[in-house]
Design a protein around this ligand. Structure first.
Ligand code: IPE
Ligand code: IPE
Ligand code: MG
Length: 247
């Protein structure tokens, strides 16, 4: 961790925690076994972010599209969620982590939804790492729910069409007021976004880890990933020369 430049940390890291099923399969086990073992990786990632001083960590936990998986797997993931939130919230709270949730919480079974809401309530005044779980989340869902809110305000004359701009649109996204994603990491070997934080990742640095399934992801992987991030030159449309002058 000493090699990390604490002045150049990504403010917001987003992770697509992929590969649980294949990890389990490689061990001759059921897919749900992989999801269980993913929890240790979540714990290490949260700890490492908190230790480094990363402000925001958003974990892709269950996508809108994941509802289409076999019922047994969906039920298994939902039970695991209830248990894990119950088990982990006291530690998160002790470590000053604020838990949040993005996604269509109403789609979740009541038990999972209530457990989540309790965790959010309990940790709401914490001032450390903001840990957002993307649950029943998709980037397109997020954009559409923002548009619906804006359209309702235009209809009731609270808002004029001329006032719609990127900054105000951002204010209706589920992630608001968190900053945009600086660094998006995906484990499991696939090179795609899978409908994650589409708007918020517009200028994110992307890192696809080909050799790590999520259950094997550890602090050392995150530290290596952050070092890779720190070697990137983020230009935001400008030229490399311009960036160097600003620095
Ligand atoms: C990610 O692992 C966890 C969820 C999508 C809930 P997968 O379950 O997608 O595992 P693979 O990609 O099939 O190996
Ligand atoms: C993305 O993984 C969703 C989560 C990690 C929760 P998927 O496994 O669902 O993505 P695809 O289907 O391979 O694109
Ligand atoms: Mg997958």
């Amino acid at each position: 961790m000493e090699d990390i430049d604490l002045n150049n940390l990504p403010k917001h890291i987003a992770v697509i925690m992929d590969g649980n099923g294949r990890w389990a399969k490689s061990k001759g086990a059921m897919r749900i076994f992989g999801h269980h073992h993913g929890i240790a990786a979540v714990r290490e990632t949260v700890e490492a972010c908190a230790e480094m001083g990363v402000g925001f960590l958003t974990l892709y936990t269950f996508s809108t599209e994941n509802w289409g998986r076999p019922k047994a797997e969906v039920d298994g993931i939902m039970s695991l969620l209830v248990k894990t939130i119950g088990d982990e919230v006291p530690t998160l709270h002790k470590n000053n982590v604020r838990l949040k949730c993005i996604g269509d919480l109403n789609m979740l079974p009541n038990k999972a939804k209530n457990e989540m809401l309790e965790g959010i309530e309990k940790t709401k005044n914490n001032t450390g790492l903001v840990l957002s779980l993307a649950l029943s989340y998709s980037g397109k869902w997020d954009i559409v729910q923002a548009i619906k809110q804006i359209a309702a305000k235009v209809k009731s004359d609270e808002l004029k069409i001329e006032d719609i701009n990127e900054q105000m649109f951002n204010g209706f996204l589920s992630t608001f007021p968190d900053p945009d994603v600086d660094f998006l990491i995906r484990t499991g070997g696939d090179h795609r976004i899978s409908n994650y934080l589409l708007w918020q990742s517009a200028y994110a640095e992307l890192l696809f880890l080909d050799d790590v399934f999520w259950p094997d992801f550890r602090k050392k992987h995150l530290i290596e990933a952050v070092k890779t991030y720190q070697q990137r030159e983020r230009r935001f449309g400008k030229t490399g020369e311009q960036i160097k002058t600003i620095k």
